[in-house]
Every structure is written in C-alpha cells, then in structure tokens.
Write a protein that binds this ligand. Structure first.
Ligand SMILES: Nc1nc2c(ncn2[C@@H]2O[C@H](COP(=O)(O)OP(=O)(O)OP(=O)(O)O)[C@@H](O)[C@H]2O)c(=O)[nH]1
Length: 374
C-alpha cells in the first residue's frame, strides 16, 4: 500500500465516522418526532410520515453507498459535506411542515446540521448554507401562511425566524473564527514539519560526519568496526571476508622532509586511489594516522592478495606533487580472512601481526597471517 493509498483510506474512515455521527443526529430527531406524535403534536398523515422516512432512508443509503464504494472520491469535495447538509436541511424542513406548535423547539436543528460544515466548508460556502437554512424556513412560513396551515399567530413564526437568523449569523462568525484557528494550527504544523525535515537532514549530516574521516573522506575506524561486524553477522558458512591492514611506509620521514601538508596530500592520494580501485561492495577506511583497513566481501586469499598488490603497485608508481621527481611512497599490508562467527578484533590483531612481519621483511610488501590458511 502506498502512502497515498494509506492517506485515502484514513480520510475515508474519517468521512464514514462523520456520516455515522450525522445518523445519530437523524435518530435523535426521529425519536423527538415520535414523542411529538404520541403527544399529538405531529400532524402528518401516515403516508406523509412514511414518505418522509422512506425519503430519508433512501437518501442516507445513497450517501452511505457512495462513501463505501469510493464513488465520493470522484467529487471535488469527497467528504460530500455540502450535499449531506442540504439533504438534512431539506428533510428537516419537510418535517417542520407537520410539526404544529412544537415546531419552534425544532428549528435549532438547522444550526446543529450546519455544525457538520464548520471544518469542511469554506467561509463563503458556510455562509451560503446558513442562508439556505433561513431561506427554507422562510419558505415554510410563507407556504403555511398562504395555505392557512399556521398553528400559531404569524408574529410567533416571525419571532422564531428572527431567533434562527440570529443563531445562524452567530454560527457563521463562529465558523470564521474556527477556520482562522485551524489555518493558524495548520501553518504551525507545516512549520514544525519543515523544522523536523531540516533536523532530519542535519542528523543525517551529523551521522555522516561522525562516520567519515575529514581529511581523506573515507569512513573512519568507528564506522568500519560497526559495518564489518554487521557483514560478519550476515556471512554464510561458506563465505569469508578479506581484511588487509595497510600502513604507509616511512611516513614520518615524508612529514619530516617535505612537510605535514605533503603528508596530508599523500594520505588523500592513497584514499582516492584505493576508493577508485575497489568494487562497490568492498570498503576501505582510515583506521588511524597513516593506517588504513580494507574489507573485501566474499573473498579468498588469492583475490585478497591480487587486490592489495594491485593497489600497492598503483600507489608505488604514483608521483605526488609535493615529493621530488622519482620519490614514491609505498605501503605494507597484513592480510587475513574472517569467517562467520569469528571475532573481528582478534582477526584485526592477526592482520596487525602479519603487517609487522611485512615491515620487518623490508616494507612495500604484503604478508598473510598463517591462520588464514587454516
Ligand atoms: N601529515 C600527516 N601525518 C600524519 C597524520 N596522522 C599521522 N601522521 C604521521 O604519521 C607518522 C607515522 O609515523 P610512524 O608511526 O613512526 O611510522 P612510519 O614513519 O610510517 O614508519 P613505518 O610505519 O615503520 O614504516 C607520524 O609522524 C605521524 O605524525 C595526518 O593526518 N597527516
């Protein structure tokens, strides 16, 4: 499921919740009408009452079917707020037409219906819906007056109209206030989200800095140990990792004779060369000072030797700018293999022992720890 599908499903669930809430409103209204009918205050004939109920059920079922089938998603406002409010107000007006003297107490259902639009409708749309409520109620008064159905003096109905107009006007202002509040919250939410993304980016950068050696751009010892351990944990019983501990030869002399900046240039040059000569899945890290460590995935001794010697030859034939023509740098390396469940620190120590032997034997060479032949 994509993020978009996930969001759509979430919003559809909220829309259905709101629909069920509206049904509760209908239910309460029908219970009140039932009570009014028992008290002799509901004047509709049986067919009129039945037509009202049937119309109500059919319209609600249609809205429910649209929300359930996802047909509502084809509309500009998938919450169908406006049609739901208009349907509810029409049904209420039809109901009020038969409510006799008790109609006055039911007119407050108009503002309750409109409450469903507070979050969903724009300011102007909310105002138009409030105006429609007033228009429907005005129409009812005019119709009852013309057909002589008024059960109360016209002045009482006019007073009811005025009360309704006042509450609808207040509700429109309230809606404007709520919308402004909501927009302010939304803006704050967006700003927070932006900050969160910036923080995430900065955390990523910090993580990079924490894992990277600033001089050479290679990963550092901390990252190497973590990543190597992760790869050991993933090793199958037949696979091995190759490790080469690399130490630049007589590096102190380069610093002493040609300056620290030249020493830095040589370290960076080695890093560039090593990075270029490796496969994507292999890793080279600066282990400290003029010491580097190489990790080869799925390696055997022959491959490891080949790889290290290729790098050694390339390095030995590189002419660095800060060094006099013909003066080259070399390195010595200690090699070993590491299999699943073997201790990383112990294997690095073996590589270090082999490296010591390479130095002792005259430098610019690689030696393999005997454990690697086992
Ligand atoms: N320019 C520079 N030098 C560094 C850096 N880190 C360590 N070094 C120098 O690397 C030199 C390492 O010297 P030693 O440990 O004596 O080793 P070596 O001279 O390479 O001799 P062998 O390892 O025995 O071949 C020291 O002089 C350190 O100051 C660095 O970041 N930049």
């Amino acid at each position: 499921m994509t993020d978009k599908d996930d969001n759509t499903a979430k919003f559809q669930a909220i829309r259905l919740q709101r629909f069920y809430l509206a049904q509760l409103n209908y239910l309460i209204t029908y219970v009140v009408i039932g009570a009014a009918w028992m008290a002799g205050q509901y004047n509709a004939s049986a067919p009129q009452a039945a037509s009202h109920v049937i119309l109500g059920v059919v319209l609600q079922l249609s809205i429910f079917a649209m929300l359930k089938s996802g047909l509502n998603l084809r509309f500009k406002d998938p919450s169908l707020t406006s049609p739901q409010i208009i349907v509810a107000m029409l049904l209420l007006t039809y109901l009020l037409a038969f409510s006799g003297e008790f109609r006055g107490s039911l007119i407050m259902v108009y503002p309750i219906i409109l409450l469903f639009g507070v979050f969903q409708l724009s300011r102007s749309a909310f105002f138009y819906h409030a105006a429609l409520a007033l228009l429907l109620y005005s129409g009812l008064i005019v119709y009852n007056t013309l057909t002589d159905r008024n059960t109360q003096p016209l002045s009482v109905h006019m007073l009811e109209w005025f009360v309704l107009a006042c509450f609808l006007a207040w509700l429109s202002f309230f809606c404007t206030y709520i919308r402004e509040l909501r927009e302010r919250l939304q803006r704050r939410h967006n700003t927070l989200q932006l900050h969160q993304e910036t923080l995430k980016g900065m955390m990523g950068q910090l993580q990079n800095l924490a894992d990277t050696d600033s001089l050479t751009g290679l990963t550092n010892r901390r990252f190497f140990l973590k990543e190597a351990q992760r790869r050991i944990n993933l090793l199958g019983p037949l696979n091995k990792l190759g490790i080469a501990l690399i130490d630049l030869d007589n590096f102190k002399r380069i610093n002493d004779c040609h300056g620290h900046a030249t020493g830095d240039e040589v370290l960076q040059g080695f890093a560039r060369l090593a990075s270029k000569s490796l496969r994507d899945q292999d890793m080279i890290a600066r282990f400290g000072g003029e010491e580097f460590i190489l990790l080869l995935n799925n390696a055997d001794l022959a491959t490891l030797h080949q790889c290290v010697d290729r790098l050694r030859n390339a390095f030995a034939s590189t002419q660095f700018e800060g060094l006099p023509e013909g003066e080259h740098c070399t390195f010595s390396a200690g090699l070993c293999l590491i299999a699943a469940e073997q201790d990383l620190e112990a294997r690095i120590h073996q590589a270090d022992e082999a490296l010591y032997r390479a130095k002792e034997a005259g430098r610019n060479r690689s030696e393999t720890h005997e454990a690697a032949y086992a």
